[in-house]
Write a protein that binds this ligand. Structure first.
Ligand SMILES: [Zn+2]
Length: 437
């Protein structure tokens, strides 16, 4: 069988089937798709135009970042040490009011795309003004994305009135219809910035076009209190009554979820996007993701925008999510390595209804994947490859990224020297002791 590329890494995490690490396997790529994940013994059946040897490296599907505001890469560092409302009202919204334009969004998104692909993120779910320009910036890197048919209940450079927001949302949906690289979600900003009537219209829009709903929900305690005061219901209950809680819902943040909220989301088959760095930086609270996962809710991981993170690093985000989930659940067996790697890839793909094409290394899916060098001083000896990818490796260890089978990142490996110790010397020490374990 002729294929374009054959990857020969030391380990592979295919994500599906769940919970396994393959060694002595190869990944064959052809026509932008995964042609096979096969044992090394069968590698001779593939006649590859290029063979990429990846000794000491682990290959897995590209991360699906389930929540970003890519254009905000131009606002990195803005307003540290503030509460969410102070941060939004005093810093973010005034600056956005001043700078917001298609060019701002395009340039910021272009930078974000560069940061994301280098970190192994091959798809992101974005929400922002000027979504056509977000897509323009993101797609230049080769990455896939979902952009939002965006709605917020106040005038902006993108739209002045509620009717204009709705009209433009429909235009965004039409613009990307059938696009393989850019999908669309219906994107009301949050329950506290969008009124009942608009939310109903957006729920109907999502149903009519069968598109996911991408909305911030239950981010702070103040949001819950405000909702009870103004609407007599918690945000999830209000959204449910308005028709937004269903399998298409991506409930972003979902920090303050009580048992009833969790039951409502689980019964509806909705997804939750967990953004731990943003929640910690803004002291929003601790999302009960272990309880939500155990209730059967599909969980994905998101970076949020760099203005509240301040980096687009899904490996770091997933690591933090796992550590936090254990502490919140007071249970070290919570949020297992494989569950968290699943959340950061397939979890996002499922929430976006894109899981037939992306999120795992299965035959026929898009060849969106990355390779990370585990045999580095910072992550040896390699006793548990999946755990060490999650807990020891960093985005700087990611050496190659492919999207649709095309290489988009290829980092030259330097021969590191740690106070005179070469990488080879460090590996020798680690392997010597590893063999005695
Ligand atoms: Zn956000």
């Amino acid at each position: 069988m002729q294929v374009k590329t054959l990857l020969r890494p030391t380990w592979i995490i295919p994500i599906v089937p769940e919970g396994i690490v393959l060694d002595h396997h190869v990944v064959a790529i052809d026509k932008g798709k995964i042609a096979a994940v096969a044992p090394e013994a069968q590698a001779s059946q593939f006649e590859a135009k290029e063979v990429v040897d990846l000794p000491g490296e682990i290959v897995m599907p590209g991360f699906v970042n389930l929540h970003s505001h890519a254009a905000m890469n131009l606002l990195r560092g803005i307003g540290p040490d503030l509460s969410l409302m102070d941060w939004l009202q005093k810093k973010v919204w005034p600056v956005e009011g001043k700078l917001m334009s298609p060019e701002f969004v395009y340039q910021g998104s272009r930078l974000a795309a560069e940061e994301m692909v280098q970190a192994g993120i091959t798809c992101t779910n974005d929400q922002y003004f000027f979504p056509l320009d977000t897509a323009r910036g993101l797609r230049e890197s080769g990455m896939k994305c979902a952009v939002s048919a965006f709605f917020i209940g106040f005038p902006s450079a993108w739209a002045k009135t509620e009717d204009e927001y709705i009209r433009k949302a429909e235009e965004v949906i039409e613009h990307f219809r059938g696009d393989r690289q850019v999908h669309v979600t219906v994107g009301p900003h949050a329950p506290y910035t969008v009124g009942d009537e608009a939310l109903k219209k957006l729920a109907a829009m999502s149903e009519r076009h069968d598109l996911p709903i991408h909305i911030h929900v239950g981010e702070t305690e103040a949001e819950i209190e405000g909702s009870i005061k103004q609407y007599g219901a918690r945000p999830i209950e209000r959204l449910r009554k308005l028709g937004l809680v269903n399998p298409r819902l991506i409930s972003v943040h979902s920090v303050h979820m009580n048992d009833e909220d969790i039951r409502t989301l689980a019964e509806a088959g909705a997804s939750v996007c967990h953004c731990p760095s943003s929640n910690l930086k803004l002291a929003s609270g601790f999302s009960p993701i272990d309880r939500m996962m155990k209730a059967g809710i599909n969980i994905g991981i998101g970076t949020d925008g760099v203005a509240s993170n301040d980096k687009l690093d899904m490996l770091a985000e997933t690591r933090l999510a796992a550590l936090l989930a254990k502490a919140v659940a007071r249970d070290p067996t919570a949020a297992s390595v494989h569950k968290m790697l699943y959340a950061s890839t397939m979890g996002g793909a499922r929430a976006l209804k894109w899981d037939q094409e992306i999120g795992s290394l299965e035959r026929g899916k898009s060849a969106d994947l990355f390779s990370c060098r585990l045999e580095e001083v910072t992550s040896i000896p390699v006793l548990e490859p999946a755990a060490q990818l999650l807990y020891s490796a960093g985005r700087e260890n990611i050496t190659h990224v492919w999207i649709d089978g095309n290489i988009v990142v290829s980092k030259q490996q330097s021969v590191f020297s740690y106070r005179g110790m070469s990488r080879m010397k460090a590996l020798t020490i680690a392997r010597t002791w590893q063999n005695r374990l």
